[in-house]
Design a protein around this ligand. Structure first.
Ligand code: IMP
Ligand code: MG
Length: 177
């Protein structure tokens, strides 16, 4: 079915069923923690939209959604090289904001986005990522909800891309070099 589309060598590390189960658990935890609140979810474009759409349907409290996009220039991966390309439209001041990410690696992207949102004084600010490459973190940054911790390698699928491909795969795979 995915002929001429998947990379030559890859291994599926998280199946569609495992994703479904874990997203449901995350949604239940978030619903519990935010039970008398109205969450403003700020989703990091583009990859996290796939996770967002599943997570949303597992959250049982009032939710609004918005988006943010950070970009890096070339292959620079230091926080200072990152820019906010699309800021959120919604008012953030005094809202209960939850940042939703697909994957956190060095942590620089999240740091930049966090600072940007913090400046707008939300009443609370938490972070949820589906994949956490914790061992590769370059900075100390708190993540409140983690779907699955993964050691390393380059991952594709479920929103994650390699050169803008593979986001539509329903599973997560590691590319084998
Ligand atoms: P960080 O700034 O190093 O934490 O990485 C941030 C961004 O790099 C993520 O939001 C992803 O867009 C991308 N990224 C990191 N690891 C992977 C991966 O394994 N597959 C696809 N994208 C990745
Ligand atoms: Mg991302």
């Amino acid at each position: 079915m995915y002929k001429n589309y998947l990379p030559e060598k890859y291994e599926i590390i998280i199946t569609e069923d495992q994703i479904k189960k874990r997203v449901k658990e995350l949604g239940e935890q978030i619903s519990k923690d935010y039970r008398d609140k109205h969450i403003l979810i700020i989703t990091v474009l583009k990859g996290a939209v796939v996770f967002l759409s599943d997570l949303l349907r597992n959250i049982k409290c009032p939710v609004d959604i918005d988006f943010i996009k950070a970009t890096s220039y070339g292959s620079a991966t230091e926080s200072g090289a990152l820019k906010i390309l699309y800021p959120p439209n919604e008012e953030i001041y005094q809202k209960d904001v939850l940042i939703v990410e697909d994957i956190i690696d060095s942590g620089y992207t999240l740091l930049k986005i966090r600072h940007f949102i913090e400046c707008m004084q939300p009443s609370s600010l938490k972070v949820c990522t589906f994949i956490d490459k914790k061992e590769r973190r370059k900075i100390d940054i708190k993540i409140d909800y983690v779907g699955i911790e993964v050691e390393g390698g380059f991952l594709i699928g479920y929103g994650l891309d390699s050169k803008n491909r593979f986001r539509n795969l329903p599973f997560i795979a590691r590319i084998i070099e």
